[in-house]
Ligand binder design. Sequence first.
Ligand SMILES: *Cc1c(COP(=O)(O)O)cnc(C)c1O
Length: 375
Amino acid sequence: MHDAHPNTLAVHAGQQPDPATGAVAPPIHLATTFRHGPAGERLAGYEYQREGNPTNDRLREALTALEGGATALTFASGMAAMTTLLESLPAGSRVLFPDDCYSGLRMLFTEFLPERGLHVETVDMGDLDAVRAACATPVSLLWIETPSNPLLKISDIAALAILGHAAGAMVVVDNTFATPLLQRPLALGADIVMHSTTKYFGGHSDVLGGALVFARDDAFARKVAHRLHVTGAVLAPFSAWLTLRGCRSLGARMAMHCANARKLAEFLAAHPAVERVNWPGLPSHPGHAVAAKQMREFGAMLSVELRGGREAALAVAGRLRIFTNATSLGGCESLVEHRASVEGAHPRSPQDLLRISVGLEDARDLVADFAQALG
Ligand SMILES: *Cc1c(COP(=O)(O)O)cnc(C)c1O
C-alpha cells in the first residue's frame, strides 16, 4: 500500500475496515481510558487518550503514508504542532525562519521563543546566498514555508536541505499550502513536515488540527512525542475522525482547487486594475521554475495586488459576492481577505494586497465575481 500513488493513499491509508465489525467507514473511539492488566499491561496498546487512541492512530498512519515519512504526530492545532516542536529544542539553539511566513509562526518566534532561550533570525529563504551566509555559523533548525503566506514566495526545498544539513540543522517544511498531493518535502531532503490540517486536510472549514511527519522515528521524534503526551495539546478523536474523512477526498479536491486557481490567476493577471498576481503557476512568478521542479501542481492560494492601493483592495473585497471575507483557507468555499486589516497594529502585508483561497465553485462564477468586483 505504501508504494501506491498519492490519490490511492489518500483514500486508503489508515482507512481499513474496522476489524471488529467490518464497518467500511472508520469508527470513532471516544474513550478516554482503556482497560489494562493488573500490572498495567496495555492489552490492545492503549492506556489513556492523551497518550494515544485508535482514531488518532489511523490519521497518523494516513499522514505518514501520504508524506512518505516514518512516523507522525497529530496535535490540537497547527500552532500546537509548531510550538511543541520548537519548544523541544534546547535553550541556546539558533533557529532560522523565513521572512514571509504564517503570522502565528511570526508571533511565536518574536514573542515567545526568545523567552525560552532560542536565538531566532529571519532570512529570505528564496535567496540561497543569503541562506548560505546565515549558515556560516551552526544552525539547530531551519524552517521553510513554501509557497509562503501571504506573498506566495517559493523556496527551493532540496537546495535549502543541503545548506541546512551542512550547518548541522534539522530542516522543517510547513507544507500546509501545498499538501502532500502537490509537494513531498521529505523526498526532497527535509527532516520534518508540519501541517495545519485545519486547512486542506479537513477541507470543510469545520475542524482544527495540526500534524508533524518525521522522516525518521529517531530520538528527536520520540522527544517531541513525549513532550506532546505530557504537555497535552493533543487532537480530539472526533477531530481526528473528521480529518481522516477529509483525507479521502483530498486528491479530488486538490485537483479542482488547483484548476480553479489557474483560471482565476490567469484572468486576474490580464486585468488592467491588477498590479500583480502572486501565484507560482504563472510563468512571470519569480519562483515559477523552482515550483515547477518541486510541486506537481501550483496550489490554490494566491494573492493579488491592486493598482488602486488600499482603497481599491477594500472596495473589491466589499463587492465580491461569492468570495466570503474571512480568514483561513483550504475549504470548499472561496475566501478573500485584506490581510493588512487583520494583522493588528503592525501589519506586514502590503496594503494593496488581497489573499485568496480558491474554493470548489465553478471557476466561471469565480471569474465573473472578480470581474464585477473589479469593475
Ligand atoms: C493556518 C496555518 C497555520 C496554523 O495552523 P492552525 O491550525 O490555525 O493552528 C500554520 N501554517 C500555515 C501555513 C497556516 O495556513
